[in-house]
Design a binder for this molecule. Sequence first.
Ligand SMILES: [Zn+2]
Length: 470
Amino acid sequence: MQFIIIKAIFILLINITVIICSFSVNSVEIIKVYPNKSLKTNSVQLQSFKIVNLVSDIKYDYVHNMARYAESKMASINSRTLAIVYPVGKKISDLRPYDLMVSGGTHEVVLTQSEINELLLRTSVFIEETFCDNKITLPFDRAIQKGTGNIIINNLDGTTITTIAVDSSNVTFKDNIVVIDYGNTKLIDYMEKNLSDNIDRIAKVVEGKKAAYVNGVSIFESALTVNLLIPSGVIRDENNNAFNDVMGQKTLKHYNNIRKNIVRELKLWFEAGGGGANAITYSKYCDNVNNPMVLVLVSVNIDHPVGKIDKLDLQYSFFHEAYHSFQEDNTMCEVSGENYNWLIEGAADYFAYSIFSWAQGWSEYSASIMLGDVLADAKLNGIELENAGVKYHSGRQGMGVLRLMVERGWLRESRILDGSIFRNCASVKEFRNSDPKIQFAKNNWHHIEEKNGVFQFKESVLVSSISDEE
Ligand SMILES: [Zn+2]
């Protein structure tokens, strides 16, 4: 019996089109939040989530409960998230949009144009609320103060776009740092007039697909590179000494275009019949790393072969993406992540698996369910971690690495489940390749076997001393 359940889950999660098999375990109708109380969950305010649910067969409360439950697991929450749950029809393509609205439609469109418009409106309103800094921050090697004159911002051809008086309110000093606020200056008007949005880039085809990144730059980006000139005497040190002219290039973002780009991509996505699940950290484009704003998209196939909504798949997708919304952006840590892909995706999968196992009443088999899918994925996609760009596999692979670390006693499971390994740069600082334990887990996560229907790590990787391994 255990074995059948485990197999069924694997099929469900790896290839959604195959679920015609009779799935004997009833999905839990209500995610088990407050099991002994009636479901007046609307009275429980969500902390970070806003929800838009356009799937008529799923109650709003159901999505609300999932969000509430995800929030309740977190040690701390910094983010704001708009979760959009929307219907799609029959699957028409096997392309899996692992990196955004990359490949065109995957399902038949069932959203009406007015529903799409509503989703776009809600998205616009949500991302308008993000505070984006139009600021240039320049550190000096000693404490500074304002002198007299103007800071000049030039185009790369040398023509002046705007000048900002050093004694205006746009320029502030603190210790050795000057902050130049270019909001409400001619620079914004200039960008508005001269920066095209990214229609060209979005239309670019890379390897037969539309690309979410072109030359390493996200299609959402919109920015202008300028020459910044601070003539001698405009800024002085504490002893009133002038510096030499300060010159340098700066690439400044144009947030209006970034917003428009995101909304337009969503429009294309909904209109094309894009399905799947995704988390887009909008604030990343806004350098607002301390207050993540995240869009979570989860599609629900309402043309399901067995004629009802697949709650297990919804739970998996929702909790995986919800976890992403709680992960802090670790690109700003003083060291860069050496194990970013599999760690980010693996922890999200770990969270999703442990919650849906619980919600379905399979907590007891949670580890076995995880490891069964990890093994199957290793067989399907190989054991090489961090395949460039293949984030899709990284979830199962990373879950395997994390699970091995948990079972070896090297990582407290609660730190994965409450999101704390993604706080204060912990994931970046702790998961270093120089650590033999990390190396061991990365080399051995796929040594999994099945015994009497239960998937588990082979004893050799649970007991061997790490110095025995390469
Ligand atoms: Zn993910």
